[in-house]
Design a protein around this ligand. Structure first.
Ligand SMILES: *Cc1c(COP(=O)(O)O)cnc(C)c1O
Length: 433
């Protein structure tokens, strides 16, 4: 196992070019002959890996710590699980199959550690982060309470802003930025499903970047649509970030994260910082995620179909004031134009406003039986939650209301059950109001 030639790369690379990700994902990046013929990669729980000679150990460290001028092999030798591990490397290779326009992947112990490690690897004191709002509650806390304490300036702009607005926000923040700036988009936004135009953001960055030395990076948190329904790197994102806890894991039994981008950004920046912060997942979680990837397309396709049915049904329900689901956007709406340009499908997150207030919302949530009252998303199980008092309760109340996250809002993550049973459960809960 020491030698990374365990993966027969050349024929695989040829196959990769001609084959759809779902057809190759369960075998890619792993040679059974190197593991007693096991079809499924064993779980390599070892924290450390034996060198056959001291010279080999010296070479491994030179490669890992970038201390050599020699050409770096595709796979650096195994040393210690905080640096690299077979399960995590196979997972990283398989995740790149779903992300056209990226070269490498780094996996993490959570979505939050993926976001935090990525930002700390690229933006130092004096630098800045410009972000679309609303963002995930944990990300919002990082941007508002932790990064400013490290001397990193952060500023939000409203998700769905026009390109001119992004340009102005960039000019404004760069006036007081010394060093790198990172533009962070979450699109569709959680929980409002507002879309921000990734390609237009790239164009704005390129225009503003012109003639400046300081780097401006574009990172997209693609957790909400997952790897099937939106490909941010193809639209100009430098980095694609995931909470792998959601669609990638998909069964509500693992917390993990992933970041994809160019070899330079991932190998020279993100992974270097990950090694020092120690934000890697365990080999066992790596194994769980490998298993999940086999069914990624199947699960997401089933969840998408169900979500379309549920969103259409909700739109006609008298207790529902309005539904936020990109698939229901009318022709000609500016958000619909972005959807058609940048998303393969509208996904399986459906948010709606119930008529009445918090009392009605809680009564509805408490009456659900098949649908479980839980945060998180992208699971095979349909989940419901109340953003204002749960996932987004940490956001400044005034700001939260300005973003449309009020007491009437309920967020659903649609699972793989039969859609008629999901609708029957929702219907029963409405009839109990
Ligand atoms: C869940 C989530 C995160 C955080 O991921 P964890 O795996 O819980 O750390 C970040 N961004 C979005 C959009 C999320 O939904």
């Amino acid at each position: 196992m020491k030698n990374r030639d365990r993966r027969v790369r050349t024929p695989e690379e040829a196959l990769r070019k001609k084959t759809r990700p779902e057809s190759i994902v369960s075998t890619y990046g792993y040679d059974p002959q190197r593991s007693e013929g096991a079809l499924v990669p064993p779980i390599f729980l070892s924290s450390t890996f034996v060198f056959s000679t001291a010279e080999e150990g010296e070479r491994a460290f030179k490669i890992a710590y970038h201390l050599t001028e020699d050409s770096i092999p595709v796979h650096s030798p195994l040393i210690y699980t905080r640096l690299n591990n077979p399960n995590l490397e196979i997972l990283e290779e398989r995740l790149t199959l779903f992300e056209p326009g990226t070269e490498q992947c780094a996996v993490f112990s959570s979505g939050m550690s993926a976001i935090a490690t990525t930002i700390l690897s690229l933006v130092q004191t004096g630098g800045s982060v410009l972000y679309s709002a609303p963002v995930y509650g944990g990300t919002d806390y990082l941007f508002n309470h932790i990064l400013p304490g490290l001397g990193i300036r952060t500023e939000p702009f409203h998700a769905g802003i026009d390109p001119q607005g992004i340009r102005s926000a960039l000019h404004r923040i760069l006036r007081s930025t010394r060093g790198a700036c990172l533009v962070f988009l979450e699109t569709p936004a959680n929980p409002t499903c507002t879309l921000t135009d990734i390609a237009e953001t790239r164009r704005a960055i390129d225009e503003v970047q012109h003639g400046r030395k300081q780097p401006i990076y574009l990172a997209v948190d693609n957790t909400f649509l997952g790897p099937m329904w939106q490909h941010p790197a193809k639209l100009g994102a430098d980095l694609v970030i995931y909470s792998a806890t959601k669609f990638i894991g998909g069964h509500s039994d693992v917390v993990a994260g992933a970041v994809l981008g160019s070899k330079k950004l991932i190998a020279d920046h993100v992974k270097v910082t990950r090694t020092i912060l120690g934000t890697v997942p365990s080999p066992f979680d790596g194994y769980l995620l490998l298993r999940s990837l086999d069914t990624l397309k199947m699960r997401m396709t089933s969840e998408l179909k169900n979500a379309k049915h549920v969103a259409e049904w909700l739109a006609k329900e008298p207790h529902v004031e309005s539904v936020c689901y990109p698939g229901l956007l009318p022709e000609g709406h500016p958000q619909r134009t972005i959807l058609e340009k940048q998303c393969v499908e509208p996904g399986s997150m459906v948010t709606f406003y119930i008529r009445g207030g918090k009392k009605q919302a809680f009564k509805f949530l408490n009456a659900l039986k098949l649908v479980k009252l839980a945060v998180s998303l992208g699971s095979t199980k349909t989940l419901a939650e109340h953003p204002a008092t749960m996932t987004h309760s940490d956001i400044d109340p005034k700001e939260r209301l300005a973003l449309g996250i009020d007491d009437r809002m309920i967020r659903l993550s649609i699972g793989t059950e039969h859609y008629k049973d999901i609708i029957a459960d929702l219907d029963r809960a409405f009839r109990e109001l």
